[in-house]
Ligand binder design. Structure first.
Ligand code: PEP
Ligand code: MG
Length: 314
């Protein structure tokens, strides 16, 4: 394959033959924006908003939230930011949002389920985002976490519209949502694969249990096949699909994800340089070939090995 660019080179992401793949940053608050831009992020593919609610006894006011969003949008200028609305519950418990005792919090009232139980929290958050957006040149997309049903996507898109936010999408991080991406995209404007949770739920391995970490591998062909189904549906619908889970930060897996049909990759800013360099080494067809090999492997270890071998030969 042609060698283009060098590790850490700053520029738009692309395969060796020039197929654009937006390389975006995952950030957890306003203090992360400068670092993301310095690392060459083309925008923000995941703004986790839990920081606004952690350690709070009450939900923050609309004005308070608006100020923080405006600070982030102003710093991003005319780039894109995907704001994920509050993802409470399970690994992200909140003091002011009691869910009661649940035997399996990861399967409980979390993400969009918690927002549907507390619609006032979502209403205030969407209002703050809409107010902060007005007067800036930033392209603001909003996104709901833990959607498992097309009806949940439809509900979220309606809430976003009511707030004046035109581009609303959802995370695909529950296997049912991956399988029903086609139906979800009837209402959603885009989807973003949360591979941390998608792997957790597809492989039935709690992401908080260190003892099961060896089972929780995003290279697992079961996870890759779900991603392939989701990407196929997005292509048919002609709507954007990205990845914002940690898997996008693994340079070779990033190539596999592109080969599966993913159009943007969002990751920790520190990973952007290596992913940009590796992606620039392979053509889109080579990424498709790697994706095919990984997808038909019998285990995560096998998928990693066959792709590594193929990549070394290219
Ligand atoms: C994910 O689940 O992959 C994701 C990006 O969301 P979080 O890690 O915040 O749950
Ligand atoms: Mg998640």
């Amino acid at each position: 394959a042609a060698v283009v660019g060098s590790a850490g080179a700053v520029g738009a992401g692309a395969t060796a033959d020039g197929k654009a793949v937006a390389l975006l940053a995952n950030i957890g608050g306003p203090d992360d924006v400068a670092g993301a831009l310095a690392a060459g992020a083309e925008g923000v593919g995941l703004l986790r908003t839990e920081f606004l609610y952690l350690d709070a006894e009450h939900a923050p006011s609309v004005e308070e939230q608006e100020g923080i969003y405006r600070r982030i949008f102003t710093e991003l200028g005319d780039r894109r930011v995907v704001v994920r609305v509050l993802d409470a519950g399970a690994d992200k418990p909140l003091a002011f949002l009691p869910v009661g005792k649940e035997p399996n919090p990861a399967l409980g009232l979390r993400g969009i389920r918690a927002l549907r139980a507390h619609p006032d929290i979502l209403r205030d958050q969407l209002a703050a985002i809409a107010r902060a957006q007005s007067g800036t040149s930033t392209t603001v997309w909003v996104m709901a976490p833990m959607v498992g049903e097309p009806a949940e996507a439809e509900w979220f898109v309606a809430q976003a519209r009511r707030a004046g936010l035109a581009t609303a999408g959802v995370m695909i991080e529950v296997p049912s949502a991956a399988l029903l991406t086609e139906e979800i995209l009837v209402s959603a404007a885009f989807v973003s694969l949360g591979t941390n949770d998608l792997a957790q739920y597809a492989l039935a391995a709690d992401r908080q249990l260190g003892t099961l970490a060896h089972l929780l591998d995003p290279w697992h062909p079961a996870v890759l096949r779900l991603i392939g189904i989701s990407a196929g549906a997005a292509a048919s619908a002609g709507k954007p699909i990205g990845v914002c889970g940690e898997s996008a930060a693994d340079p070779l897996l990033a190539c596999v994800l592109v080969g599966l049909g993913v159009g943007s990759l969002s990751m920790a800013p520190t990973a952007l340089g290596a992913v940009r360099a590796t992606l620039g080494r392979y053509t889109y067809d080579e990424c498709v070939r790697m994706a095919g090999l990984a997808r038909s492997a019998g285990s995560a270890a096998q998928a990693r090995a066959v792709v590594r071998e193929a990549a070394d030969e290219l």
